[in-house]
Ligand binder design. Structure first.
Ligand code: CO
Length: 470
């Protein structure tokens, strides 16, 4: 070991984003985050992932918080640590494709409010859906990281991943991420994949996995030995289960080796002590279900993300067809094949899962086809890795012409229209972006915000103790 050149592993902390999104439905509040960020800032993390994904939606919808305000507060607190966000390509943080002007403006404002690194992915790995966000990030001086949505299947050979990685490098990305959202990447496969990607590109490679199937820590070990540059971990109170491997465990794993990140275990201990009561409270209130903390080996058996399995269970229950669970599980890979074998991640996981349920409970495959299935088969989400089944496509769209161009090329600029719709609520430039993503939820939030303001207006005599900020 002594002869090996030192190559400290870089670590991205996810406790402020993916960890609580995976375990407690993204309900950690800004007030719960702020008291500890001073200490987190001293750890030496490569970055802290703290924004994007579902945090934006959950802040507005459930916590009645302005996500932009959270970002600015985190930026103020983290003086030495880069801030990272997750971005769904042309869908931004929402569930539909947006016109380029909205994507560009969102990237601009994210960086202006404090984001350093934007991790951009597409559920079909159609790189055309990423190019606007990557270009905007380059232009604004941000770090554009492009993520491969990792999955298994005939189409997903090492050559496929290498070729995609090269194209990502060519499109101007600053780094590459293997986004293993379902925990499907097993340790020795990580060796092969990381080795192949390091051969294919000069980009730094990051690995993001979830502990769902129980192999996450071992996968990181093999990936680091194979030369991966960065791994994503979560502080232990919000680690493992459907979240990431634990930060303290990975730091200790590499102690005294060339990969030692050099973290102070006492400092990590203090940070864990801070988050533990938040975890315990979430367990007490039922927000944290102990079930998600275990190992779900079915994830590996059926190659279906854990979250998708629980969705299938509840969909079948609603239909009074719980006995059809295994039939549906067998139908999922068939539908996925018909749909061009996409990775199963939001929104493709919901589309494939719902269609599989329909195929089973109606007793006839594609007797009913959802609107989303139709859109996917028509090419509205972009190009699938393998061609879709032409017979199923015909059933879904008849003689309509499938879309083969970049889907956003068909969208007119929409920022001005959105501005006009929400003008009465606007208090900051960023409000139009909140509205663009979640029109109803944002409007509800704007109303709440306005009402709060009136309530705490000192002239109305309701702020005697000065308890509320004005
Ligand atoms: Co994740």
């Amino acid at each position: 070991m002594a002869e090996i050149e030192k190559k400290p592993i870089k670590i991205v902390e996810t406790v402020l984003r993916d960890a609580h999104q995976s375990l407690i439905a993204t309900r950690m509040t800004t007030d719960e985050m702020l008291p500890i960020i001073d200490k987190m800032d001293k750890v030496g993390y490569h970055a802290v992932e703290c924004w994007g994904g579902a945090t934006f939606d959950a802040s507005l919808r459930f916590l009645k918080e302005d996500p932009w305000d959270r970002l600015r507060k985190l930026r103020d607190g983290f003086k030495n640590t880069k801030l990272q966000m997750l971005f769904r390509g042309q869908n931004i943080l929402g569930y539909r494709p947006y016109a380029d002007d909205v994507v560009e403006y969102f990237v601009q404002k994210s960086i202006a409010n404090g984001i350093d690194i934007i991790r951009i992915f597409d559920c079909l790995n159609d790189l055309r859906n990423l190019q606007t966000a990557v270009k905007a990030s380059n232009k604004e001086g941000g770090h554009a990281q492009v993520a491969l949505s990792y999955t298994l299947g005939d189409a997903y050979t090492l050559d496929y991943w290498k070729d995609t990685a090269k194209r990502i490098e060519d499109m101007g990305a600053d780094s590459l991420c293997i986004k293993d959202m379902a925990g499907l990447l097993v340790p020795y496969e990580a060796t092969r994949l990381v080795t192949a990607l390091k051969e294919a590109t000069n980009l730094p490679v990051e690995l993001h996995t979830h502990y769902t199937s129980g192999v996450g820590g071992m996968t990181y070990l093999k990936a680091v030995e194979a030369g991966v540059d960065i791994i994503d971990t979560a502080m232990s109170p919000f680690a493992m289960g459907t979240s990431q491997p634990a930060t303290e465990v990975m730091a200790e794993t590499f102690r005294g080796t060339p990969y030692d990140p050099g973290f102070d275990q006492n400092l990590l201990g203090e940070i864990a002590d801070y988050f533990r009561p938040i975890e315990e409270h979430a367990l007490e209130t039922g927000l944290l279900n102990p079930k998600v903390m275990g190992v779900n080996i079915k994830t590996l058996m059926y190659q279906v993300p854990g979250g998708m399995l629980s969705n299938l269970v509840s969909q079948l229950k609603e239909q009074g067809a719980s006995d059809k669970y295994y039939e549906v599980l067998a139908e999922v890979p068939r539908v996925r094949k018909d749909f061009g074998e996409p990775p199963l991640v939001t929104p493709s996981s919901q589309i494939v899962g719902t269609q599989a349920v329909l195929n089973v409970i109606t007793g006839e495959r594609y007797k009913m086809i959802t609107k989303e299935s139709r859109a996917l088969l028509k090419g509205e989400y972009g190009q699938t890795v393998k061609p879709v089944n032409p017979e199923v496509q015909k059933l879904a769209i008849g003689d309509e012409e499938p879309i083969t161009c970049r889907p956003a090329d068909l969208l007119e600029p929409e920022l001005d229209k959105l501005e006009a719709e929400m003008a009465q609520w606007k208090e900051q430039d960023e409000d139009v972006l909140s509205y663009a993503l979640f029109p109803q939820v944002a409007t509800e939030f704007f109303k709440y915000r306005a009402a709060q303001k009136n309530k705490i207006d000192p002239t109305k005599g309701d702020n005697k103790n000065g308890a509320y900020p004005v």
